[in-house]
Design a protein around this ligand. Structure first.
Ligand code: SF4
Length: 455
């Protein structure tokens, strides 16, 4: 569920997140677990750097001529029997999906995980049009029940612990309380089975789309992706244009990198390749397949200095290692995409005026770029946005003045030393005036500065 953009309140959102002990514990545990599993999964991959070069090269090749690859994909998918729609923006995508569904009288919709559908706020639109939309990925199912939005692109309910999920199930489904993950999964599976069987249509995203064959490729773990795309008679897939890869033969590089980077698995439980709707003799498949290709500002990004963000394959690894994301979680970022890649994409897709505080949500430590499987240059991209933020006049004027004073003081040993002493004397006053925000974020100055101690 998209709850509207609150990126301008990034700082306030972060302060709230810092006070949420359960959230911080859940984030730390999840991020540590994913980090360890990722390291373990990559340990036997002896050609990792060559593999990353190959995947990065394929993504560069796509971006070098994206319009041609899109045209090739449209032609191939159409030949395979799918109907392909091009959506210029979020409103167009919502309208196209709603029209395809309503023209066929679809009322009950099952959905697989799709961040693009979050980006365009699809569920709210379909529900306003009188349709019932059921998220079927376990994490998405949980947050839909809680009335929240995903806080991670791979693990939407990463911010919740099992006790919170147990209580949620009891409240919303009326089942006896349990915090056993297997029991909770069984409850969700039981509730969802009936939805799959009675659905008029399934909506999915796609991890990749192969231009040469017109195939959609989905990496999933729960089997819900297969149910959504094969059980209902109608399948609507929504994906952004940069998901295209030139050929299905490019897939193995991503097959080796994406699951390892995302969940620390050598391969996901299911890899679905869908080429057109069900054909005579096929055992499964939707009778009708519609593919909605979303642009929503990608063409503009492609023409600009930040185009490399479109190389991203949405593995989420950069989030798991980012000290900012790991501390405040995804909701603080205030829109669909959190973490290092998210702050870049959010700013580019929604504009600096709506997102400038989040540009600061990085320590520039570079951990994100180190783990990125397709070598997205995340740190230079964040620095570009910071320069743009200054050029476009968005920094807080108070902050600019403070930084200008600090710059002058730091350039002069005398002033710097005086500043240190004054900071120590007036610190109680700074805390009193700055309130909880300052007190929580700034450590008190040392009573004896380190440089004096060293003498
Ligand atoms: S920027 Fe790289 S690490 Fe981050 S989500 Fe995208 S592919 Fe994964």
């Amino acid at each position: 569920m998209n709850l509207g953009q609150t990126t301008l309140r990034f700082r306030q959102n972060s302060v709230r997140a810092l006070e949420d002990v359960a959230l911080r514990a859940a984030m730390k545990q999840a991020a540590d677990t994913f980090g360890a599993k990722r390291a373990e999964a990559f340990a036997p991959v002896s050609d990792l750097e060559a593999l990353r070069d190959r995947a990065s090269g394929i993504r560069d090749e796509v971006l070098a001529d994206l319009p041609r690859h899109v045209e090739t994909f449209v032609a191939s998918a159409t030949r395979a029997g799918a109907t392909v729609h091009r959506a210029k923006d979020a409103a167009a995508a919502r309208e196209i999906v709603a029209k395809v569904l309503s023209d066929r009288g679809a009322k009950r919709i099952v959905k697989g995980k799709s961040m693009v559908s979050e980006e365009v706020d699809l569920n709210a639109h379909l529900e306003a049009a009188g349709m019932e939309v059921f998220e079927t990925d376990l994490g998405e199912y949980i947050i839909q029940m809680a009335g929240e939005s995903p806080s991670h692109i791979i693990v939407p309910a990463i911010h919740k612990n099992r006790r919170q999920i147990g209580r949620l199930f009891t409240e919303r489904l009326g089942v006896p309380y349990t915090e056993d993950p297997q029991a909770l999964t069984r409850i969700a599976r039981g509730a969802l089975r009936e939805k799959f069987l009675s659905a008029d249509a399934g909506i999915s995203g796609a991890n990749f789309a192969a231009a040469d064959t017109g195939s959609l490729v989905l990496f999933t773990n729960e089997g819900n992706g297969r149910m959504v795309t094969t059980v209902p008679p109608l399948h609507v897939a929504i994906l952004s244009v940069e998901k295209i890869i030139p050929s299905l033969s490019d897939l193995p590089a991503f097959l080796r990198l994406l699951p390892r980077s995302a969940t620390g698995q050598a391969i996901t439980a299911y890899v679905s390749v869908i080429t057109g709707p069900r054909k005579p003799g096929d055992a499964t498949g939707a009778k009708e397949l519609h593919i909605v290709l979303l642009d929503n500002g990608r063409t503009e990004i492609l023409a600009g200095e930040s185009r490399d963000i479109l190389k991203c394959i949405r593995c989420g690894a950069c989030m798991n290692v980012c000290p900012v994301y790991r501390t405040v979680g995804g909701h603080a970022y205030g829109w669909t995409y959190p973490g290092p890649m998210g702050l870049i994409l959010t700013t580019l897709l929604t504009g600096m005026a709506k997102s400038h505080p989040v540009v600061d949500a990085s320590t520039l430590c570079g951990a994100c770029a180190e783990v990125c499987p397709v070598r997205v240059p995340l740190v230079p991209l964040i620095l570009q946005l910071r320069r743009r933020k200054v050029r476009e006049g968005f920094p807080d004027p108070k902050e600019r003045r403070v930084m200008a004073w600090f710059g002058r003081a730091a350039a002069s040993p005398g002033w710097f030393s005086l500043g240190q002493r004054l900071a120590g004397i007036f610190w109680p006053l700074v805390r009193a005036v700055g309130g909880k925000d300052v007190a929580g974020r700034l450590p008190p100055p040392a009573r004896i500065p380190f440089r004096r101690k060293a003498h």
